[in-house]
Design a protein around this ligand. Structure first.
Ligand SMILES: NC(=O)C1=CN([C@@H]2O[C@H](COP(=O)(O)OP(=O)(O)OC[C@H]3O[C@@H](n4cnc5c(N)ncnc54)[C@H](O)[C@@H]3O)[C@@H](O)[C@H]2O)C=CC1
Ligand SMILES: O=C(CO)COP(=O)(O)O
Length: 388
């Protein structure tokens, strides 16, 4: 019997959401679900889109939301259901918990869909459990694998979310579903069985990359987001984001700046011996588009051209993409002897605008545990042809 009500700061949604005590409920869920289960950590648009998509494909899903980040979970719980519209459709009554013990017990496959700014909070919770037999897939990773200082059976990460989506109350709007995203495992000798199990979970094609560094370089949101935010900062603040970020905000001069920044990302990849595509080509490949220019993409790409700008600069387009992509790319470039001044300029301007020193807070080589590694070792470690 379903009992459904909004909950604030409780340890477990599940025991309120369904009558019955937690152990009995978990037992029931596991039996119902059999082996075909996934736990999703992160109850936002990306996590719920994945939950509905998996459910539509017969997978049983438990969604975990940290008790300090309940907004979307509470909206869904208060309605008693989640309605997905757009490229993923369906009405689901998702199983939701705020108890990490339940999340870890529910499935050996955990997909992380929290912004990378939440990775440390999640790791703090996860470290209380044995995860030797778990597979954790960070979507997107932004080098989660290199900061995860706990023992996990297998760690993988993707470059992007399969969905371009937003929550509107308890409604999930999925504007775009990609054809392809990139993925890599931290470990080099990944069992092909694991690869096919993971591929079977995702309804988008997974492109297997040589390393997590390659995957991080393919998160082209680092090229798009910070510059669009910075170069439209006045308009964002004076209109509280009342314009289309891509369609109105990615004009010729913004595209020129993006191309300069993108060139550094490409040179970093090439130093590792990778065949690099431009941000435009990566986006085209993901969505099956064939735009020849960034401004053309901004005007015509369905998943992008109706996206409203955020209402202020305190948004993951900056707070996630600057410290966890740009700072990371910048410190890789420095180590490799590549001129990263376009990236540095953006990080400095963001600090001037927001007051946040992302060089200090970001995922530089020290945070990634790579600061003691020489340039040659770094290349050997992450180059497809030289990996040791
Ligand atoms: N929504 C989209 O269209 C796209 C999303 N992404 C990426 O996917 C990830 C998730 O995106 P959204 O679901 O839109 O994000 P979101 O901002 O809605 O957050 C997702 C959920 O993560 C949890 N969370 C947030 N901050 C946390 C923290 N500090 N500690 C613990 N839990 C926390 C909350 O449950 C939250 O609802 C992000 O990395 C985002 O950059 C990438 C491309 C497109
Ligand atoms: O975050 C987004 C909009 O700025 C969407 O990015 P994607 O193209 O990865 O869906």
């Amino acid at each position: 019997m379903l009992t459904c009500r909004p909950i604030n700061n409780v340890d477990s949604f599940v025991k309120y959401y369904w009558s019955g005590d937690t152990p009995k409920l978990l037992q029931k869920l596991s039996i119902e679900a059999g082996q075909n289960t996934v736990t999703i950590i992160g109850a936002g648009a990306a996590g719920f889109a994945l939950a509905v998509d998996l459910k539509n494909h017969g997978v049983s899903v438990l969604v975990y939301s940290h008790s300090n980040h309940l907004r979307h979970a509470n909206e869904v719980i208060s309605k008693g259901q989640l309605t997905a519209r757009g490229k993923v459709q369906g009405v689901a009554i998702p199983w939701i918990t705020a108890d990490m013990a339940e999340a870890v017990a529910f499935s050996k496959i955990i997909i992380l869909t929290v912004p990378s700014t939440g990775h440390h909070t999640v790791l703090h919770e996860l470290r209380k459990f044995s995860l030797h037999q778990h597979t954790v897939i960070a979507v997107p990773g932004n080098l989660f694998s290199l900061i995860a200082d706990i023992q996990i059976g297998c760690v993988l990460e993707t470059n992007l979310s399969p969905y371009s989506c937003r929550m509107e109350g308890e409604q999930l709007i999925v504007m775009g579903k990609k054809h392809l995203i990139s993925i890599a495992a931290l470990q080099q000798d990944l069992d092909p069985m694991v690869q096919s199990t993971v591929q079977n979970l995702f309804s988008v094609q997974l492109k297997w990359c040589s390393s997590v560094i390659e995957v991080c370089l393919l998160n082209v949101n680092g090229v798009f987001h910070p510059l669009m935010m910075l170069m439209n900062a006045g308009r964002i603040e004076s209109t509280a984001g009342n314009f289309f970020l891509y369609r109105d905000g990615l004009t010729r001069s913004v595209a020129n700046a993006m191309r300069a920044l993108d060139q550094v990302r490409i040179e970093i990849g090439e130093a590792f011996g990778l065949q690099m595509k431009s941000a435009l080509e990566v986006s085209n490949e993901c969505y099956g588009h064939s735009f020849t220019d960034l401004v053309e993409l901004a005007q015509n790409s369905g998943p992008h051209n109706k996206l409203k700008a955020p209402s202020d600069l305190e948004n993951r387009n900056i707070s996630e993409d600057v410290p966890h992509l740009l700072v990371c790319w910048h410190s890789l470039a420095e180590k490799l002897g590549i001129d990263a001044s376009p990236i540095k300029a953006v990080i400095i301007l963001v600090e001037m605008a927001t007051g946040v020193n992302y060089f200090e807070a970001g995922r530089d080589l020290r945070q990634l545990h790579l600061d003691k590694v020489s340039r040659d070792e770094l290349i050997r470690k992450f180059s497809p042809s030289q990996r040791t």
